[in-house]
Design a protein around this ligand. Sequence first.
Ligand code: B12
Length: 211
Amino acid sequence: MVDFEKLAEAMGDLDEDAMVEGLNQVMAEGGADAAKAMEACQKGMDLVGSRFEEGEYFVGDLIYAGELMTQAVDILKDALVSGGNNGPATKMVLCTVKDDLHDIGKNIVRSMLEANGFDVIDLGIDCPKEKVVETCKAENIKIVALSGVLTLAIDSMKDTIDALKAAGLNDVKVIIGGAPVSESAKEVTGADEWAYSPQKTVQVCKEWAAL
Ligand code: B12
């Protein structure tokens, strides 16, 4: 049985070998603890964020941490897939909203969605609302996931959701996520759902894809 505290520490210490060893052990044991392992990695990411704020880590460390998280999702993805992936992949849009350049969390969410069979159109960072509207129209998208880490991202999320409504795309479901997102942000922005964990994001998007 893997020691999840140690796994979180390995991620926090950016110790790739220890992290990969722990994750491979989870998979070798059948993958039943994959969700717990993912949580441990996220705890490790929180450590990374704190160490950055304390001046111990630098931007390069954060980017490397993002790469490690993506690697973790890759190792665990077969065990993280919930439910069947039968039928054609559902296309959806994901982006970091206007004026926000943070994409480490978005990329982790994307890896998780792709691991669960979604065809994710990633519109990148600092994404204008017009680009989201155009893509939804052109690709007949019914699910949009908006990421944002800055407090001001909540305003951009609201603008994007308002623009979708103004364009008559009322059947597009929107999930928002990122550090400042909460139930009250959901109410302010008019989003259909919010989440912090990538696992909940996948669960919600799967429910919407089945509608
Ligand atoms: C890394 C980082 C940067 C990097 C970004 C690199 C990159 N490629 O992303 C760089 C150095 C570029 C950067 C720049 C800036 N940053 Co910065 N940054 C951070 C830091 C340290 C970590 C963010 C991160 O990646 N966390 C790890 C990921 C995994 O977590 P996450 O993004 O929350 O994602 C998780 C969930 O939220 C969720 N999730 C994410 N997206 C989505 C989407 C959906 C749909 C769902 C459901 C879930 C979901 O899943 C993820 C996995 O669990 C935070 C501090 C912190 N501790 O969080 C500050 C922080 C976010 N930055 C901050 C600031 C102020 C800035 C700058 C303005 C600094 C400056 N003065 O220039 C600029 C902003 C530029 C801009 N316009 O965006 C502030 C924001 C303050 C605020 N409340 O608005 C923070 C909080 C630091 C602080 N305490 O002051 N930053």
